[in-house]
Write a protein of this length. Structure first.
Lengths: 254, 296
């Protein structure tokens, strides 16, 4: 079976600092994969490499069996990679509706009218499906954090991705918002879209995900099921430190 | 209508056109301090065609706009290699180069300026300004306009959703340049005269101020900015004539104007007209709950 996303021997350095070191893993098609690890493990960098923000130094990245290592950012969007960001990166001066419409930009013509009935209807539909139907005209900078966070997910969905990369989608959300987000992502997953989620909220990961990849200091230390991850000695060491050692504790799985 | 009033309205209309020439790139986050350059290219092209070759006015005006657009397209590529304050300097330098070249073409009058016979009165200038406003308002509501506004907010995210950075920026500069050329073609035929000194860096600064003070978030910002900054100094001058105790305004109006600019920059750096303001005025959007909850 072809993987939705496959990294082979991927390395990336920033100056003298090796941020990603020979990382390889597979994200099965249709899976809900969590990419976890302590702070600074390189999780967001993996997203940046897959979405094309930075070129990789070595290795190979495949999406649905196609080598995208040298693809431009735009080609990657067209192939079906969309993402959200760790810190909200909505366009603050655009309305909710316009932000969401930006998601389908790669499938549109320059002189198409943004306020045209069809485009607006699609964007409204997507917002309503995510339970955000009440905010279409508002400038996003004026909206609360939890709502902005979900608008980012809707914007990425408008790109009609086949692989959706979500960078800490639950960070900063309260319990109710987190539960709503999980329902939304389960709906998305049910339509066949592969999810890759970077997240620190472990209960959220356990409930949502069926495949886990763990990074530590730029290396992959575990790949498997959410049940197995808690028993893996390398993972326990990365998060809790070696028993009896007072080394650099990594603050747990907060 | 008195000659004074029609002259003032024509000047206002031309200022509005030129303000939109700066607005289109500014909406994409590109600051242009070279408005005078595009205006001069348009003015001398159109004016030269009517005065020297006796072409009909509409054709000459169109050629002026096209020429300025072509020049903008050509310089867009080197200019886009710069960012921020360096782009401001590059556009400023461009306008100086245009002035230098025009000063050294004797056929176009050189330092003495170019006098033209064809006259573009209020019935020409006003509809042209209205058409420019409507065109830009339409443009900003297209996909192109959306990508322009997205670039202004976050280039890299816009790129990640498939916005073609370079093409959008080049197009914004080219369209802005063509509108500036159109403004220049109006200018030369409204005053029957153009010279390089009268359309220099001060002109470019004023136009950029119209746009930044008016606000770049909505298409109405430059209109409000141009109206405000054309009428306020003029109003102050009229006021100075009404009473001897206000006579100091005759000389001091630019001081008042300067203070107004500084105060505006301090209290409303985003410009007079903002998106949120329009939403609240016209769509009765409820004030969003819990904006204080916004976290980094």
């Amino acid at each position: 079976m072809t993987a939705a996303l496959r990294l082979q021997g991927v390395s990336k350095s920033f100056g003298g600092l090796k941020v990603i070191d020979d990382v390889g893993f597979e994200v099965p098609v249709g899976s809900r994969t969590a990419l976890i690890g302590p702070n600074g493990a390189g999780k967001s960098t993996v997203f940046n490499l897959v979405s094309g923000v930075y070129p990789i130094d070595a290795g190979r990245i495949e999406v649905l069996g196609q080598d995208i290592t040298h693809h431009s950012i735009t080609d990657r969007v067209r192939l079906g990679i969309a993402r959200s960001f760790q810190n909200i990166r909505l366009m603050p001066h655009l309305s909710t509706l316009e932000n969401v419409m930006l998601g389908e930009h790669h499938r549109s013509h320059a002189l198409q009218w943004v306020s045209g009935a069809k485009a607006t209807a699609r964007a409204r539909e997507a917002l309503e499906a995510a339970g955000l139907g009440t905010y279409p005209g508002q400038v996003v900078a004026d909206l609360p954090y939890g709502i902005q966070k979900r608008i980012e997910v809707v914007r990425a969905l408008m790109a009609q991705p086949r692989v959706l990369l979500l960078d800490e989608p639950a960070a900063g959300l309260n319990e109710v918002e987190t539960a709503e987000l999980r329902r939304l992502l389960e709906q998305v997953s049910a339509t066949g879209i592969t999810l890759v989620v970077v997240e620190h909220d472990m209960p959220f990961v356990r409930e949502l995900c069926n495949h886990v990849v763990v990074l530590n200091f730029g290396r992959k230390i575990f790949e498997g099921t959410p049940e197995a991850v808690h028993r893996d000695p390398a993972v326990l060491e990365a998060y809790l430190g070696t028993p009896g050692e007072t080394g650099p504790g990594e603050g747990g799985s907060a | 209508m008195s000659g004074y009033l029609s002259g003032l309205i024509a000047l206002l209309a031309i200022n509005v056109i030129v303000a939109y020439s700066v607005f289109v790139p500014a909406a994409a986050g590109l600051l242009n301090l070279g408005a005078a350059g595009f205006v001069l290219v348009g003015a001398y092209t159109a004016g030269g065609l009517t005065a020297l070759l006796e072409w009909p006015l509409p054709v000459a005006v169109a050629c002026g706009a096209l020429m300025a657009g072509a020049v903008a397209f050509a310089i867009a590529f080197p200019i886009l290699r710069t960012r921020g304050i360096y782009m401001v300097l590059a556009t400023f330098a461009f306008a100086e180069v245009v002035a230098g070249v025009l000063l050294n073409i004797p056929a176009l009058g050189g330092a003495a300026g170019l006098t033209v016979m064809d006259y573009a009165g209020l019935p020409v200038v006003l509809p042209t300004a209205a058409a420019v406003v409507i065109f830009v308002a339409w443009l900003m509501r297209t996909r192109f306009g959306l990508s322009v506004r997205a670039l202004h907010d976050d280039e890299s995210v816009a790129h990640l959703f498939g916005v073609n950075l370079r093409m959008t920026q080049v197009a914004a500069l080219t369209i802005g340049g063509a509108i500036g050329g159109l403004g220049g073609a109006m200018l030369v035929h409204q005053f029957n005269f153009i010279d390089v000194q009268g359309t220099g860096v001060l002109f470019s600064i004023y136009v950029l101020l119209y746009v930044l003070m008016g606000g770049t978030q909505t298409v109405w910002g430059p209109l409000v900015g141009a109206i405000f900054f054309t009428l306020v100094p003029e109003g102050l001058r009229r006021l100075s004539e009404t009473s001897p105790s206000l006579a100091f305004l005759e000389e001091g109006r630019y001081m008042v104007f300067g203070v107004a600019v500084v105060l505006l920059m301090m209290w409303r750096p985003q410009g007079l007209v903002t998106r949120t303001m329009l939403e609240r005025l016209f769509h009765r959007v409820p004030v969003a709950p819990a904006t204080t909850e916004t976290r980094p």
